[in-house]
Design a protein around this ligand. Structure first.
Ligand SMILES: [Zn+2]
Length: 248
């Protein structure tokens, strides 16, 4: 237990509030790149879906083109076999050619059916492609706006934090060197919280450390109610105060 004038205890508590606020600002600033990355990743993912849909449309159109070439080939084959029909004299050869022509026509019909199916698929793919392009365009605008907002927010928070740090330094300079050193040491060891408010059970029987939540020993519970002393938590080592003692 350290003897600390109540005014100094109040200053330490205020300093802790300033430091906690600065830490929060820093945390907020640090979180921004990950938030921007998440937005960008989500956008890129949707864009990838759009690119895949576009590729599918191109592939279907190519497939249709290939099948159209095949029907042209079948037409040529029919024409060729019909020319040959005029030249053959033998009945078997004639029959064979007729069979070929029949076969070519049948194959051409099959290819045309495939082309019709492809046309339907192309229509659907084109609708999907257009919808995705529109969606991605809107998504990109929204993403860019959110990123700008986050970046502007981070820049403003940085400025605010720098100002808060300057103000904090001026305030800290007025606190005694020894207690400041103790404060800074505990803060560095205890995740930024050097001085913690104790929580008093409504019954008043149980008082616990606001830093680690462990109940104070009966002696510490008595100490923390005295003015001009600062308790120290046996468990976590943080400085302790009871709000109504220090500010009452
Ligand atoms: Zn504690």
């Amino acid at each position: 237990m350290a003897l600390v004038h109540t005014l100094e205890a109040q200053a330490l508590i205020e300093l802790q509030n300033k430091d906690s606020a600065i830490d929060e600002m820093q945390k907020r600033i640090n979180a921004v790149p990950a938030e921007i990355k998440a937005l960008t990743d989500a956008f890129e993912e949707r864009k990838k879906t759009m690119d895949t849909a576009k590729q599918e449309l191109i592939r279907l159109k190519l497939e249709k083109k290939e099948n159209e070439l095949k029907t042209a080939e079948k037409d040529e084959a029919v024409a060729k076999h019909q020319r040959e029909l005029n030249m053959v004299k033998e009945n078997n050869a004639f029959k064979a050619l007729l069979g070929e022509i029949e076969n070519d026509k049948k194959q051409k019909d099959e290819i045309e059916t495939v082309i019709l199916e492809l046309l339907e698929k192309i229509d659907l793919a084109a609708v999907r492609d257009k919808a995705l392009q529109d969606e991605v365009k809107k998504l990109e605008e929204a993403k860019n706006m959110s990123v700008s907002k986050l970046e502007a927010g981070a820049a403003a928070a940085r400025e605010q934090m720098e100002a808060a740090k300057i103000e904090r330094a001026g305030f800290a300079a007025k606190i005694g060197a020894e207690v400041m050193a103790q404060y800074e040491f505990i803060r560095s060891q205890k995740k930024g919280l050097a001085i913690a408010k104790v929580h008093e059970d409504p019954s008043g029987k149980k008082i616990s450390c606001g830093g680690c939540n462990i109940a104070l020993t009966p002696q510490k519970a008595v100490d923390v109610k005295r003015r001009d002393v600062l308790g120290v938590c046996d468990n976590c080592g943080r400085m302790l105060y009871l709000e109504k003692t220090v500010f009452g």
